[in-house]
Design a protein around this ligand. Structure first.
Ligand SMILES: Cc1cc2nc3c(=O)[nH]c(=O)nc-3n(C[C@H](O)[C@H](O)[C@H](O)COP(=O)(O)OP(=O)(O)OC[C@H]3O[C@@H](n4cnc5c(N)ncnc54)[C@H](O)[C@@H]3O)c2cc1C
Length: 537
């Protein structure tokens, strides 16, 4: 690393998905914001989001019903306090997006509300049918670009969190197009860098979501939690060229059925809610039917839907499937589960505070406890808004308290290295993706998890880039957490411990240099002094 450019600012936001954009917009009227993104604004999970954003807005709905549905999906592992905040503040965040000019879909002058799995009421607001992510994120991106106080830096990959006397004071980043290194210094840094499902070989995510933020925070000493809980979406397209393209849950919400390759509708055999059962159950049912029929897919049958709904509300899916030679109006779509979302992340309280002073986290990178062991559909974008705003307020408070003074810094010993080769990066990524998919996927067991951990050791020795080393670290944390949790709950299913165990109603927390610990579900505020590990017998 040669010359490093240095920028002093008030608030740093890492990531330009919905969490990053919304957080930056909340902070911008009061402070100078550096918004850093590894890719461009057009690449993020948020951009790819389809179904919509959940909020209790209908006359027959209430935050309490939304809370209950979220807790049920979360399999007794949510932080009730965080979920209360999510559902109570959710409607106001949607209204704020309306004020900002986000063009949601309307019916008879009211917001159109869709139904998705696990929700007992219609509460999913959407935009341009199932192009919600692109529409909402696109609208906020335009506003961000017009803000004088936001300095937007695209293709700026954060490589390290900087500290001074145990306090986060900014980040070190690399800008590949100019081959330049940048040091951004500020009293408050907000991680909004997304999830880690992009690590898996079969995934619905873009390549920018490979858990960077979780690794950066962990290396800097912040606590991470719940990493064993990975959500596998039941209906990602299976095709030679289009693997992973998502067919939104909203399709089943409107009445589509799942059939096995023998043409039998199977979900009513698995759950009272049939195709609208929580995602983890639908994904495992698909997996079982695939095993029993010896096929690599099941079928999503849209024939129960009105063709007009398919053409208009699901226009995006209709067009994308046509590109793969499938006509949704005439034939069922081959689908199978794919890694979609990581419930865990950097442990935070309800204001985005992490265990590293000066560092905040929000959106998919964070573990606020709202998602529990299994995220309820469309609660993720809502989490970005509700906790993005709270993180911005907390960061502003800190920046103001520091008098917006310039901060000093020192680099940690685990700084970037030069020994990386593209060949090693490619090899590690491919092997890592396959290992996670095969051994840390929908159905896990002790032997497979140990095999994965053993296979990661030689990969650690290869001359990979800092980015790929971060991927290896997150993969190891996910596999270790999955190995330790000897029960099945939500997105974590162990065939050798197939039941939920009351003793495991705890969060599993990892912090560099310390033994893993279990904390109570509401103990996020106490993360600096978690109770010692007591692994249930
Ligand atoms: C296909 C698909 C459909 C979905 N549909 C829905 C839905 O309908 N409703 C719902 O609630 N959820 C949905 N989800 C989940 C939801 O989209 C995500 O959980 C949410 O968008 C996460 O937002 P985020 O801002 O936290 O992260 P992201 O949107 O993933 O953004 C992460 C940002 O961080 C940046 N970044 C990453 N690493 C670095 C680094 N090292 N340095 C700098 N920048 C970095 C990336 O470039 C990116 O800008 C869907 C997900 C997918 C993949």
């Amino acid at each position: 690393m040669g010359f490093v450019n240095t920028i002093h600012t008030d608030v740093i936001v890492v990531g330009s998905g919905l969490a990053g954009l919304y957080t930056a917009l909340q902070a911008a009227p009061h402070a100078r914001v550096a918004l850093l993104s590894k890719g461009t604004l057009s690449v993020s999970n948020s951009m790819w989001a389809q179904g919509g954003i959940s909020a209790a807005l209908a006359p027959d709905d209430s935050p309490h019903l939304h809370l209950e549905d979220t807790l049920v999906a979360g399999r007794d592992l949510c932080s009730t306090r965080a979920v209360e905040i999510l559902v109570q503040e959710g409607p106001a965040r949607i209204r704020h997006l309306q004020e900002l000019g986000v063009p949601f879909d309307y019916e008879n002058g009211e917001l159109a509300l869709a139904l998705e799995g696990g929700h007992r009421r219609r509460r999913i607001v959407h935009a341009d049918g199932v192009a919600t992510g692109a529409t909402v994120t696109g609208a906020l991106s335009r506003i961000v670009r017009s803000q004088r106080t936001i300095s937007l830096r695209e293709q700026m990959e954060v490589i390290e969190i900087l500290q001074s006397d145990g306090v986060c004071c900014g980040v070190l980043a690399y800008h590949p197009p100019s081959r330049a290194w940048w040091r951004f210094l500020a009293p408050a840094t907000i991680l909004a860098s997304g999830g880690a499902a992009g690590l898996y070989a079969r995934t619905t995510n873009p390549a920018v979501t490979r858990g960077d933020g979780m690794a950066l925070a962990y290396r800097a000493g912040a606590a991470v939690a719940d990493l064993e809980f990975v959500q596998f979406h039941p209906t990602a397209l299976v095709s030679e060229t289009g693997g992973g393209f998502l067919l939104s849950e909203a399709v089943r919400g409107e009445g589509a059925h799942l059939l096995n390759t023998r043409g039998e509708r199977f979900m009513p055999r698995y759950h009272d809610l049939a195709e609208l059962a929580p995602r983890d159950l639908v994904s495992r049912a698909n997996f079982r039917e695939m095993a029993e029929t010896g096929s690599d897919h099941v079928l999503l049958d849209l024939s129960p839907l009105d063709p007009q709904i398919i053409r208009h509300h699901f226009a995006l899916l209709y067009e994308r499937c046509r590109e793969y030679g499938i006509d949704l109006l005439k034939e069922p779509v081959p689908v199978a589960p794919a890694a979609h979302y990581v419930m865990g992340g950097v442990l935070t309280d309800v204001n985005g505070t992490t265990s590293l002073p000066g560092l905040f986290a929000c959106g998919e990178v964070a573990c606020t406890g709202v998602q529990g062991a299994n995220r309820l559909a469309s609660n993720s974008l809502l989490e970005c808004l509700v906790f993005g705003r709270r993180s911005a307020l907390a960061a502003l408070h800190l920046a103001e308290a520091s008098g917006n003074q310039s901060v000093g810094w020192r680099s940690s010993p685990a700084g970037p290295t030069h020994r990386a080769t593209a060949e090693a990066d490619g090899l590690v990524r491919e092997r890592l993706g396959a290992l996670l998919w095969q051994q840390v996927g929908l159905v896990r067991n002790a032997q497979g998890l140990q095999h994965c951990l053993d296979e990661l050791d030689p990969l650690d020795q290869l001359p990979a880039s800092a980015s790929v080393q971060n991927s290896l670290l997150v993969a190891r944390l996910i596999a270790t957490a999955a190995q330790m949790r000897e029960e099945s709950r939500g997105g974590h299913f162990r065939e050798d411990f197939s039941e939920e165990a009351a003793a495991w109603r705890k969060r599993l927390v990892f912090q560099q240099g310390q033994e893993p610990t279990l904390i109570d579900l509401e103990a996020h505020d106490l993360i600096l002094s978690p109770t010692p590990l007591a692994v249930p017998a």
